[in-house]
Write a protein that binds this ligand. Structure first.
Ligand SMILES: Cc1ncc(C[n+]2csc(CCOP(=O)(O)OP(=O)(O)O)c2C)c(N)n1
Ligand code: SF4
Ligand SMILES: [Mg+2]
Length: 252
């Protein structure tokens, strides 16, 4: 009988703790599918963040290290450099983790062209801690700490990570994707797989930003959150490849 659906081998049987409609689960699956398809489960080491995905180590059936909030790229650097030929190292980080307290670690890991893969989940909010404003919160967006909407005059503008890193010479591959519909999920999968493939080929720092939802802290149903993402986040965070230093070479 033809197999039409299978759980990726790189996911454990643990039940995800994520809220209904949270896109972290979809992204976990895409990462696990990429690991399976590239045949790297035995040599992959994930670095878990602090955020809603803090327990990623329970969900992926690969080795894992837990990093302090924001420090995953620094921890990943050490793990990768310990055995660069064999270790395939990825970080899985939220926007509060990567784009606030971890900005320096991210920028400098990119600048050093560390041969690691960064999965950056941008849901425009601090999910785990109860919905505070994040560096990525949109202008006018209501959060627990911006009840009248983010006021850029007093708290500044959102940080656009792919645009920012595209000016860092060391970054090799940067793509922004989303998982808001099946077509975009397919594109996200392709980008995530390429980010791991790059590492296998020693091509250096790859980061995939996944524009995501947090229905719970956005105060929306899962369906409404997907609509809100499409109407509000995608115009502010356009999808696409922001940098790919090997694109011309690969096209030949
Ligand atoms: C050093 C340090 N500072 C602050 C915190 C509190 N903290 C825990 S998770 C978090 C933000 C999580 O948001 P994000 O990274 O966007 O992940 P999400 O939960 O939205 O997936 C913060 C500020 C902490 N645990 N450690
Ligand atoms: S709080 Fe938000 S990001 Fe965290 S699990 Fe729930 S929906 Fe997902
Ligand atoms: Mg977040």
């Amino acid at each position: 009988m033809a197999v039409v659906f299978e759980k990726p081998k790189s996911l454990t049987d643990a039940t995800l703790h994520y809220c209904p409609g949270c896109t972290h689960g979809i992204i976990h699956r895409l990462v696990a599918e990429a690991i399976d398809e590239l045949g790297i489960q035995g040599r992959t080491i994930g670095v878990a963040p602090v955020g809603c995905s803090v327990m990623a180590y329970d969900y992926f059936d690969v080795d894992f290290v837990q990093a302090p909030h924001g420090r995953a790229p620094a921890v990943a650097t050490g793990v990768k450099r310990a055995d660069p030929e064999n270790n395939i190292v990825f970080t899985y980080q939220g926007d509060g983790d990567l784009a606030a307290i971890g900005t320096a670690e991210t920028v400098h890991a990119a600048a050093r062209r560390e041969n690691i893969t960064v999965i950056f989940v941008n849901n425009a909010i601090y999910g785990m801690t109860g919905g505070q404003m994040a560096p990525t919160t949109l202008p006018g967006q209501v959060t627990q700490t911006s009840p009248y909407g983010r006021d850029v005059e007093t708290v500044g503008y959102p940080v656009k990570v792919c645009e920012l890193l595209s000016n860092v010479d060391g970054a090799a591959y940067l793509e922004r994707v989303s998982v808001n519909n099946p077509a975009n999920i397919k594109k996200a999968k392709k980008a995530i797989k390429k980010a791991f493939q790059n590492q296998i080929e020693g091509k250096g720092f790859s980061l995939i930003e996944v524009v995501s939802t947090c229905p719970t802290n956005w105060g929306m149903t899962p369906v409404k959150a997907l609509e809100w993402l499409e109407e509000n986040m995608l115009p502010y965070y356009p999808l696409g490849v922001y940098k790919d230093i090997y694109a011309e070479e690969e096209a030949k």
